[in-house]
Design a protein around this ligand. Sequence first.
Ligand code: NDP
Length: 503
Amino acid sequence: MLDRTTKLVSYQTYIDGKWVDAASGKTLQSSDPYTGEPWALIPECDKTDVDRAVEAASRAFDSGPWPQMTPTARGQAMRRIAQLIEKQAQHLGEIEVRDNGKLISEMAAQTRYMPEWFYYYGGLADKVQGAVVPVDRPEHFNYILKEPVGVCGFIIPWNSPLMLTAWKLAPALAAGCTVVIKPSEFTSASLLEFMKLVIEPAELPPGVVNVVTGYGPVVGEALVTHPKVAKIAFTGGSVTGARVNELAAKSFKKVSLELGGKSPNIVFDDCNLDDAVSGAVSGIFAATGQTCIAGSRLLLQESIHDKFVEKLVAMAKTARLGDPGLADTQVGPVTTPAQYQKILSYIDIAKGEGANCVLGGGPAGQEEGGGKYFVKPTIFTGVDNKMRIAQEEVFGPVLSVIKFKDEDDAVRIANDIAYGLGAGVWTQSVKRAHTMARRIKAGTVWVNTYRAVSFLMPFGGYKASGLGRENGMEAIEGYLQSKSVWINNGPAGGNPFVMKTAS
Ligand code: NDP
């Protein structure tokens, strides 16, 4: 059982290796989504604090011990981070449950898995290699250096603060960058605990990792527009992502965006039905549907539609709502009041559009195991892919069921959407599995599984679901840039008014 007895916990933020209050002295309250009560006080930073943090990160990048460290030593520091996370995994998971209402069963698994990012990218730190280029001039020796891009700003959403930080921090440190992290105003506590229990004891030089807490339009925008920030790595909604991209473009920052989705989970009549039902439930009700990869459009082949819906509703009905701090809870609260209202409004939109609500369809009160910000697991059948409930990201436990005839029809519906983050395919045909994997326009396709992630596999979106990839070998490239070096070993000579080309 999660300890909820503590009164308001006061946090400071971490800038330049020191614990500090916001320059203004202001704080904001963070609430426990299960009780709806404030439980933590977080510094409400503003542009002054962002300036302090970016200056510290910029100093740490240009001078001091960090740029002097060999990549091997950086890798060792990252392995220390991994070991410290292993020690603190349970506690970090519990803080996140308190702050964002995620299930303890999910958080325990996430924080146990997090060290792998630091082991993997720590191992990669001294394997970043440039190249010697056999340039088309015999007197020249040419090579390419891979260099870190500089100060990176991370903007982290409320749905998985620690994991999504790890996805950015590990490759950035391996590349040799320094960072300033802005967590969501709703969920800053787990990151601040991470700084206290992991980053500080790992003894990275001051200024290498900084945190600036506060409101998105104030702190986030100050970071995105800061002239000394070279790259922004953002995870969040598409509307904010588009604004971040636009602002960052003005100062030519590199940007990676991990945005929303409306992922199709496609079930063919040759599937293992029980596995697919479980995959559909996991796709939409895990994490209370508050995940970018939610399988929120369930595409069912006509021939199995009725039987599948019957089994699906039967399984979804058994979902245990309740305290996310209890190990056997399956659906927790919605993280923020605004998100709760948004989900309920989409349920009304779906009803207004004529979709058929076969399960849930409103708030879940205490008698159902719910509470202040709980929504019943909700299933709509009879959804047309053109409806708003099929096209727009709800980010909650609301499933749209859409019928299809055959493979071509499934592909057409799956791809007829602005997003392209993930997709599920349920079939026992190997041929169909590979064909569908190629035809669906999404960054990840899961066959006979759903919502699996790994530090080894690139993750990111096609179309409006984002730019760039996190995880895997590719991710470190996003924190590096190439420098071409030309060494002339021959006479300088030639016409000084004409570009030096080979011919
Ligand atoms: P946002 O995209 O607005 O928030 C993500 C991050 O961006 C937060 O740290 C937020 O800070 C910050 N931010 C907000 N405004 C700005 C800004 N102008 N400049 C820079 N940073 C900013 O998500 P919301 O919380 O508003 O959720 C809206 C919708 O986005 C959800 O309903 C859901 O559909 C989607 N979403 C998708 C996520 C994903 O993983 N792809 C994650 C979260 C939401 P702060 O929280 O302090 O405002």
